[in-house]
Design a protein around this ligand. Structure first.
Ligand code: GAR
Length: 199
């Protein structure tokens, strides 16, 4: 049986697209993208899910963090989800939630962890910080998620060169093209295969 994957998104969804394309091309043979969940009703990622024919749910952000996590848990359980992939999901999940999914949540982060990660480092801010520090190499990391933001075990990493003329936007794009969109589908297959063999 294939590992049922839920992809959690908040924005543009280019990493979701990389996963959908990889699945369509047979590069995630042990997994099936069964559900997309967004915490943002305006996320373009929802349109991508629709175009790929994948069911999507929007989680209302009203209420407490515990309430948000309980609603998320219910949606995932109802759908028989085995593996969660955070693909540009901009809300932190607490240990109360992550403890229910040990080794079953992956996140893609746009730096070489432990550089430029943790609370406050997300999206373009990561690349702004890398440029401000003047690093010559950055990259992306796919890691398992635990109660420490960006602190779980690292699964895959890939380095990307920083160029002298880079802006946060050009660097973000290069890190996506040369690292994130390649690593995330590979990591999805690795984790999906492991869970499928375990089942
Ligand atoms: C990606 O660069 C992803 O690594 C980053 O947000 C972007 C989402 O783009 N995630 C984080 O910063 C999480 N800490 P996308 O919606 O086009 O995939």
């Amino acid at each position: 049986m294939k590992t049922r994957i839920a992809v959690l998104v908040s924005g543009g969804g280019t990493n979701l697209q990389a996963l959908l394309d990889a699945e369509a091309q047979g590069r995630i043979p042990h997994g099936e993208i069964a559900l997309v969940v967004s915490n943002n009703p305006k996320a373009y990622a929802l349109e991508r899910a629709k175009q790929a024919g994948v069911p999507a749910a929007v989680l209302d952000k009203a209420g407490s963090q515990a309430d948000f996590e309980d609603r998320l848990q219910r949606i995932l359980e109802l759908d028989g989800i085995d593996l969660i992939i955070l693909a540009g999901f901009m809300r932190i999940l607490t240990g109360r939630f992550t403890a229910k999914w040990p080794n079953r949540i992956l996140n893609v982060h746009p730096s070489l962890i432990p550089a430029f990660c943790g609370q406050g480092f997300y999206g373009l801010r990561v690349h702004e910080a890398a440029l401000a520090r003047g690093v010559k190499l950055t990259g992306a990391t796919v890691h398992y998620v635990n109660e420490i933001p960006d602190g779980g075990p690292i699964l895959l990493q890939k380095a990307v060169e920083v160029l002298p003329e880079d802006t946060p936007e050009t660097l973000q794009r290069r890190v996506m093209e040369q690292a994130e969109w390649i690593l995330l589908p590979q990591a999805a297959e690795l984790a999906a295969r492991q869970l499928a063999e375990q089942a």
